[in-house]
Design a protein around this ligand. Structure first.
Ligand code: NDP
Length: 458
């Protein structure tokens, strides 16, 4: 019998932690898990899931207008923020319960409490002392606020999901996923939206065609983009907020939404007591097997410096449980160079692999295949929205290095193509694939001519 209460104890009931706990238990380990807030973590409660639900609400907003071209006579629709939030909360509550049930069904002992280290095998979980042979830290991250006067007037993504009222005219600070996605959501439900981003073009790291074309699409919608600009301070005046920018402009608004990235949730874990090392930004340092410098303590997901995406955390947690408690040794199945990802903007992005500029920087000689077109649905809807597709191909091997889509249904399209790219598909395989007509996706298998060098993004 083990000298510890548990073989495996997981701190954090988010995507990575729950998956790891469940798989370890299925391998026969005695597992405990602690979650001090809501089961399901960021993704379920204040991230992917509520964001996507709100994104659907925004799509309806634009869809009513589109429908007119198809013969629908729609009286002026109105939007009720509280209905959306109440219905969203019901769905999130349903998912919270499912997460708890999954754990219970797999004989994982659950603690709805915060946990912190007493020593490397002992945790304080609520008012109990619990020991474990191996411990996983899967506590995720939290959005951070900018360090500037008036930051207390700004909200973060955790708060936007629970606002009592429609946020009204909103200034988004930052040019990452959250800023761009909430610009879509808030514009779609009828709010005036402006983005302030410190760099020259938002979505740094994404293919330049995606970034430039999305910026154009957003401008067409009336979303104001202030690039090479930052917020100096925020003041409050007669119930309104005023954003003071580095361009020496003042913008009046109802809400200032700070989306400038996230910090790891490590503050209350007592990591210093056990000597777990973190990097310069505070993320927990792990080796390729997700082991920290303390041999029985592991970390996965957003608390480490891997891409902060739910499916990444899930695979990491699963792999770790297989490795620690499965009968045969495994290797991390994740190829971090081929992570498919989506941005739920208007129109949305689906992307995988190398951007054109990253591929050139790595020394590849490239063939670039690209198309811009009006998707069929907008021929009658009259919406002025283009789709852009781009395939980045290694000239020498014909391997597809990257695929980047901006347009209606791009995330749904991308998932299938991601399987092929993961399997090492060549451009010839694309060409040999029969089209499904009429779809937007068929363009991807009928792009025969590469663009001439002068037309490439850089
Ligand atoms: P991101 O890291 O994506 O973007 C942060 C943005 O804020 C960048 O544009 C960054 O600029 C800017 N920024 C950083 N620091 C400052 C500062 N001090 N002042 C002004 N601007 C600053 O963070 P998000 O908050 O948008 O999202 C957090 C994470 O959540 C993402 O990394 C992503 O992994 C995940 N996420 C995924 C989604 C999805 O899969 N669809 C959706 C939402 C979130 P710069 O580029 O110059 O560094």
């Amino acid at each position: 019998m083990s000298e510890y209460d548990f073989d495996y104890f997981v701190i954090g009931g988010g995507s990575g932690g729950v998956r790891s706990a469940r798989i370890a238990a299925q391998h026969g380990a005695k597992v405990g898990i602690a979650e001090g807030v809501d089961w399901g973590g960021t993704c379920v409660n204040v991230g992917c899931v509520p964001k996507k639900l709100m994104s659907y609400a925004a799509d309806f907003g634009m869809g009513f207008e589109d429908a007119k071209g198809y013969g629908w006579d729609i009286q002026k629709p109105s939007f009720d923020w509280n209905t959306l939030i109440e219905n969203k909360d019901k769905e999130i509550n349903r998912l919270n319960c499912i997460y708890e049930k999954i754990l219970q069904k797999n004989d994982v002992t659950i603690y709805s409490e915060f946990a912190k280290f007493i020593d490397e095998h002992t945790l304080q979980v609520g008012d109990q002392k619990i020991t474990a042979d191996k411990i996983l830290i899967a506590t995720g991250g939290t959005p951070r606020k900018p360090d500037m006067p008036g930051h207390e007037h700004t909200i973060i993504s955790d708060e936007v999901f629970h606002l009592k009222d429609n946020p009204g005219k909103t200034i988004l600070i930052g040019g990452g996923y959250i800023s761009v996605e909430f610009a879509h959501i808030l514009h779609g439900i009828g709010c005036e939206v402006e983005i302030i981003y410190r760099g020259s073009m938002f979505l740094r790291g994404f293919d330049d065609c995606l970034r430039l074309d999305l910026a154009e699409e957003m401008k067409k919608l009336g979303i104001k983009l202030h690039f090479n600009c930052d917020v100096k301070s925020v003041t409050k005046n007669n119930g309104k907020l005023v954003v003071h920018t580095t361009h020496n402009t003042e913008i009046e608004c109802d809400t200032v939404f700070s989306s400038i990235g996230r910090v790891p949730n490590t503050d209350n874990l007592n990591l210093d007591k056990v000597g777990v090392k973190t990097d310069k930004q505070g993320f927990i340092d792990v080796n390729n097997s997700f082991q920290t410098n303390v041999s029985n303590i592991y970390a996965v997901g957003d608390v480490t410096n891997t891409p902060h995406l739910t499916p990444v955390a899930i695979v990491e947690g699963h792999y770790l449980a297989d490795t620690l408690f499965g009968s045969k040794p495994t290797t991390n199945p994740l190829d971090y160079t081929k992570i498919p990802t989506a941005v739920f903007s208007t129109p949305p992005i689906g992307t995988i692999g190398l951007s054109e500029s990253d591929a050139r920087e790595k020394g590849y000689e490239l063939s670039i295949f690209r198309t811009n077109f009006t998707p069929m649905i907008h021929q009658l809807s009259g919406r002025d929205e283009k789709t852009m597709m781009k395939i980045v191909v290694d000239k020498k091997t014909d391997k597809v290095l990257g695929l980047h889509i901006l347009g209606k249904d791009a995330p749904e399209m991308l998932q299938g193509f991601a399987v092929a790219i993961q399997a090492g598909v060549t451009k010839e395989d694309f060409d040999k694939t029969l089209a499904i007509h009429p779809t937007s996706a068929e363009e991807l298998v009928t792009l025969y001519q590469p663009v001439v060098p002068a037309e490439t993004a850089n």
